[in-house]
Write a protein that binds this ligand. Structure first.
Ligand code: PHE
Length: 339
């Protein structure tokens, strides 16, 4: 029986030492020390021993049990440490590894200038309105007092989707959409893309941006329009900027004007940028035509107003001294990085 015990002890020690995980270790504990385990099995046979032998074997059995228990708990500790170390290794964060550089973008110059313009007009109490770029011929032309076959359409020859639908050639249709929805007082600006079948050059593009403005209320005068445009011009191009109105014709305003600002490059003396004129045209404006008010269900005997349409690219070219409009659309990083 002693030999049996010794053999089991040796066998158990060898197996315990090989164990790689907690589950296998527990299985071994049950195999040797459990209620139906090998050691227990031997102890059950002790009744067959003589009275002298029993305590001696009992002592040996106890020693073996203690030895195995100690060894099991030693291995258990070792495995627990190993598991913890592996977990720590998995979870370590190497703060010295260089991170992935996420390049920081910036606003496009047109967006920068548009933001500035919005600020100026929001400061004067305007709301921002929006309208569709794919527009009904009715809103883009007819409601603005430009009937079918009228020569004024030629100036803004556009891209037709069908007889009734065009890519808007101006932001003015938004005036009509707003006036249909809202009764005066109205004070809005509407920034957006417009389309014309123009060939591309340094100052033209078939797709460009306008900012429409519309004020409708009682007793609005041309003086209000001029004052508003003066504030706009000074805010964007500097305190010393002057504006000049030249008589013009738009079907939807009467009287109408084209508005120039004193040259941002030379201050009005005349230079290459203003082609020696001293002035640069940036917008069209006028008092809203009574017929347009009527088309929108607003009584022109009670209300009147002014409207203007500013070219965003023109304004941005002046704001940043850029001499070719194509730069805005080419997305050349060398250009965009300068803003
Ligand atoms: N829509 C005109 C254009 O694109 C500009 C304009 C707007 C003129 C509002 C007068 C009033 O040329």
């Amino acid at each position: 029986m002693r030999e049996q015990l010794q053999r089991i002890a040796g066998e158990a020690m060898a197996m315990i030492n090989e164990v790689q995980d907690m589950k296998a270790l527990e299985e071994l504990r049950v195999l040797f020390l459990g209620k139906k385990g090998k050691l227990t099995g031997i102890l059950k046979g002790m009744g067959a021993l003589s009275a002298e032998e029993r305590p001696v074997v009992g002592q040996i059995a106890n020693d073996v049990r203690n030895k195995l228990e100690d060894e099991i708990s030693r291995i258990k500790g070792k495995l627990a440490r190993k598991i913890r170390e592996e977990k720590m290794k998995r979870e370590t964060l190497d703060v010295s590894i260089p991170g992935t550089v996420i390049p920081r973008g910036r606003k496009h110059p047109l967006t920068l200038v548009l933001d500035e313009m919005k600020e100026v007009f929001l400061g004067m109490g305007y709301d921002i309105a929006e309208g569709p770029e794919v527009e009904l011929d009715y809103y883009n032309f007819e409601a603005l007092n430009i009937p079918k076959n009228h020569p004024a359409r030629d100036e803004q020859d556009s891209f037709y989707i069908n007889d009734k639908v065009v890519l808007r050639s101006q932001t003015s249709p938004v005036q009509v959409r707003v006036m249909e929805q809202k009764k005066p007082p109205i004070k809005i600006i509407c920034p957006g893309r417009v389309y014309r079948s123009d060939a591309v050059d340094a100052t033209h593009s078939p797709v460009f941006n306008q900012i429409e403005g519309l004020v409708v209320d009682k007793g609005i005068t041309m003086g209000d329009l001029i004052g508003t445009l003066q504030i706009f011009a000074k805010s964007l191009f500097g305190e010393n900027t002057k504006i000049r109105l030249r008589p013009h014709h738009f079907q939807f305003t009467e009287p109408s004007a084209e508005v120039d600002v004193s040259c941002w490059a030379c201050g009005g003396k005349g230079c290459r940028v203003c082609k020696n004129e001293g002035w640069i045209e940036i917008l069209g404006a006028g008092m809203v035509h009574p017929k347009v008010l009527e088309n929108c269900g607003i009584d022109p005997k009670i209300y009147n107003g002014f409207a203007f349409g500013i070219g965003l690219e023109r304004t941005a070219m002046g704001r940043f001294n850029i001499d070719d409009l194509r730069l805005f659309y080419e997305n050349d990083m060398r250009f965009l990085k300068q803003f």
